[in-house]
Every structure is written in C-alpha cells, then in structure tokens.
Design a protein around this ligand. Structure first.
Ligand SMILES: Cc1cc2nc3c(=O)[nH]c(=O)nc-3n(C[C@H](O)[C@H](O)[C@H](O)COP(=O)(O)OP(=O)(O)OC[C@H]3O[C@@H](n4cnc5c(N)ncnc54)[C@H](O)[C@@H]3O)c2cc1C
Length: 398
C-alpha cells in the first residue's frame, strides 16, 4: 500500500469513527465514558462487542481471522480518534496483546480454541508479566513452572495485574529453566483463572477503585497444551507483545480530549463573574500545551509512517509514550486547578454509581479520578526512565 493510500484510508476511517460515535454509540455508555465514570466489566464487554460489530475490534488481525488489512497508520488513527471523542479505551489484553501472539506463534489447536472468543470478548484476558522485583527488569521474574506428566505445576506471584478480578484467562510469563541465562529460561503460558490454586487479591489505587491486583499461583496445574510456541522461547513472544503495547494512538487522542476540555472549562464564567482563561498565566500555560500537543501529534504520525517505510530509528514508540503521557498528566493537573473547589471535592461513591459529583460540572469527579489514575501512565507499559534508556541506547548510541 502506498503512503498516499494509507493516509486517505486513515482519514476515511476517522470520519467513519466520528459517524459511528454520533449514530451507533449507546448514549449511556458514551456519557459514562465522557464523564470518566467507573466502567464495569459489562460496560467494557459491551463496548468491545460494539467495536467487533463494526469489524474494528480485530481489524489489525490477518483477513482470514476477521481482520480488515489495516495499515499501522489506520490502526493508530483509529485509536487516536476514539480517544478524541471520549470513548472508552480498547481493552488490549485479548485483541491487541495475546491474540497476535497466538496467531503468530500458537498451535493450530490454540488458534481454533482461543482466537474466536478473543475477537468477541467472550473470554476476558489479563496480562501476567510483572512480579514483585520484576517490573522494569522483567527478565528476573521468578514464577516457576515445573513439568509433571502432561501438566506444568506453576508457583509464584504476579502483581499489578489489570482486571485480573474479571479475567477468564491470563497469559503468563513463567520460568521453566533456572539454569539457563535469565531470558532463555522463560516460557509463555495460558492460565485458566478458574484453576485451583489461583487467588486474586485486589490492590486499591488512589482513585478509589480496583484496577490492579496481586495474582497468587499455588501449585496451579496448567496443561502442556497451553504452552505457546516452544518452551524457553517465551522472551521472544513477550517482546513481540510489548511492541504492540507501546504503539498506541490513544495517548495522542487522550491528550487532545483533555486539552479540549481544559479550554472549555477555562472559558466558563465562574461564580466571581470571571473566566479563568482571562488570567494571562493560565492562558500562556494553555498555549504551551497547544504547542506541545501539535508537536506530539506531528511527531507521532511521522513516527508511524517511518515505521511503515522501515525508516524508523527504533526510539519512536518510546518518544510518543514519554511525550504523550507527560503532556496528558500536565494538562490534567491544570484542569484540576481550573476546577477550583470542585477539583478537590472527591466522591468515590458518585463515580461508581454514575451519579453527580458534589461540586462543579458533571465530569468533575471523573476528571479527578483520571488524574489520579494517570499518575501511573508514566510507569505502566514501560516507565519513562526505561523509555529514555531505550532512546539513549538505540537512537543516541549511548
Ligand atoms: C496501573 C498499573 C497497571 C499495570 N498493569 C499491569 C498488567 O496488567 N500486567 C502486568 O504484567 N504489569 C502491569 N503493570 C506493571 C508495570 O508494567 C510495572 O509497574 C512497570 O513495568 C514498572 O515496574 P515496577 O513497578 O516493578 O517498578 P521498578 O521496575 O521497580 O521501577 C521503579 C523505578 O525505578 C526506575 N528504574 C528501574 N530500572 C531502571 C533503569 N534500568 N534505569 C533507570 N531507572 C530505572 C523506574 O523507571 C521507576 O521509576 C501495571 C502497573 C500499573 C501502575
């Protein structure tokens, strides 16, 4: 596909997404999402199934598996546009992460068993990579899988496992060889969360919600047929997956959406009869956010195009992640300040019930919730320091 055609298709896709949002998106779900309310499992399943109904949930998969042959540019533009419109995020663990690993490296039986249910979100997946002591330094993970007949017996602990409380399955990195060098002894296992010995313990986060969990694995028996690819080759599959994790357009769209809302709120007349935007310092700050956003947007789209033509320098995904997450956090901080007293009044109950915050506009509580949660955006998916190390090594040759 030529770049010209890819750009045209990306533009058309953005227009289709806007139309879908206006015409087909259930009002209650869109309202909840735009007000940054707490979404529950059934909201997310409904959302993912709506996308699947459009052919979009797995549009990046090969066409024989239901894909639409999207270029990376279309994929990026799609996530960017959804986020600009304030739609929920695409739950990535099935369709974006483990699905491609299974169709690239899995057995025929695994493809047949898992892929259709991933595409429809009939199975909800979680990502079991991180452990206490193995986050940035993932290769030092210690959860062990030992062969016993036609099973592995798994013992260990995963941590920060997003939505493990809802998951039917968890893809899991385990150590199958303690003697080999750290990366070579790792395997990629698919663990049924209903197996005896799996315990999920919630970790409350400062936004008053449970996104993340500890997952304890005690003598969990996993059939050998749930090993993806070869034993000991899990690090290769893990890295393949992480590449997909780092190239998401949503961060550009989220920054745009947050900045747009900040400008709206700043232009509203407050109880003192004044508009926050008329304060020169705030005006200047918003102007700087605008410039940073334009630079991010331009850099991000150039980077995706470079990846498509093979002209990438290897640091693109890291650059977008650093710039996007940091800008988003700065905009969120400014928005909370512009909200004044409503930026301090914090009602977790209202967020869970879909109710209204005690003060300020109807999305004030949600803005605060997102602000708290997104402190983690510069940590998950590879912390900013790690992204800077990648750029230093790969691009600057340090
Ligand atoms: C909200 C949230 C959701 C998450 N969801 C999941 C999930 O679903 N599945 C999953 O497997 N994991 C998940 N994670 C875990 C996430 O991937 C890790 O938190 C992340 O990789 C960082 O690892 P860590 O927390 O162990 O911190 P550490 O690796 O201990 O890092 C601590 C600090 O040291 C810095 N640091 C570490 N090494 C270096 C270095 N070499 N050079 C410079 N600085 C360094 C880091 O940047 C960081 O600031 C989630 C985390 C959060 C916060």
């Amino acid at each position: 596909m030529t770049m010209q055609l890819a750009r045209e298709r990306a533009r058309k896709l953005k227009a289709d997404v806007i139309r879908f949002c206006e015409r087909d998106m259930p009002a209650d779900l869109l309202d909840k999402s735009r007000r940054h309310q707490v979404l529950h499992k059934d909201d997310y399943v409904r959302w993912m199934q709506l996308l699947h109904g459009q052919g979009w949930a797995v549009a990046h998969w090969p066409s024989e598996l239901g894909g639409l042959g999207w270029s990376p540019l279309e994929r990026f533009a799609f996530e960017d546009q959804l986020a600009r419109l304030g739609c929920p995020w695409i739950i990535p663990f099935g369709v974006k992460y483990v699905g491609p690993v299974i169709y690239t490296y899995g057995s025929a039986a695994q493809k047949q068993r898992f892929l259709p249910r991933i595409a429809t979100t009939e199975d909800f997946w979680a990502q079991g990579y991180s452990e206490p002591g193995a986050g940035s330094d993932l290769a030092s993970l210690r959860t062990a899988a030992v062969r016993d007949g036609d099973h592995y017996v798994v013992n260990g602990q995963k941590v920060w496992t997003t939505y493990a409380q809802w998951a039917d399955w968890m893809f899991c990195l385990v150590r199958t060889d303690r003697e080999a060098r750290p990366q070579s002894g790792i395997s990629f296992l698919l663990v049924d969360m209903r197996s005896p010995g799996v315990t999920v313990k919630p970790i409350p986060t400062m936004d008053g919600y449970t996104h993340v969990n500890e997952v304890w694995l005690e003598n969990v028996r996993v059939p050998l047929e749930n090993l993806v690819g070869e034993e000991g080759a899990g690090w290769t599959y893990a890295k393949f997956l992480l590449k997909n994790e780092r190239t998401a357009g949503a961060i550009v769209g989220m920054a745009w959406h947050a900045l747009h809302r900040l400008k709206e709120l700043a232009a509203e007349v407050g109880p003192d009869g004044k508009r926050p935007i008329d304060q020169p310092l705030l005006r200047n700050r918003i102007g700087e956010f605008e410039l940073s956003f334009l630079a991010l947007e331009e850099a991000a789209y150039q980077a995706v195009e470079a990846m498509m033509t093979g002209a990438e320098n290897g640091g693109e995904a890291s650059l977008i992640k650093i710039r996007g997450t940091e800008l988003y956090q700065e905009i969120a901080q400014a928005t909370v300040e512009v909200l004044g007293p409503a930026g301090i009044a914090w009602d977790v109950e209202a967020l869970h019930s879909g109710g209204l915050p005690p003060l300020g506009p109807s999305d004030a509580g949600g803005i605060l919730k997102d602000h708290f949660y997104n402190r983690a955006a510069t940590i998950f998916g590879g912390a900013s320091e790690i992204q800077r190390n990648i750029i230093a090594k790969g691009v600057l040759g340090l």
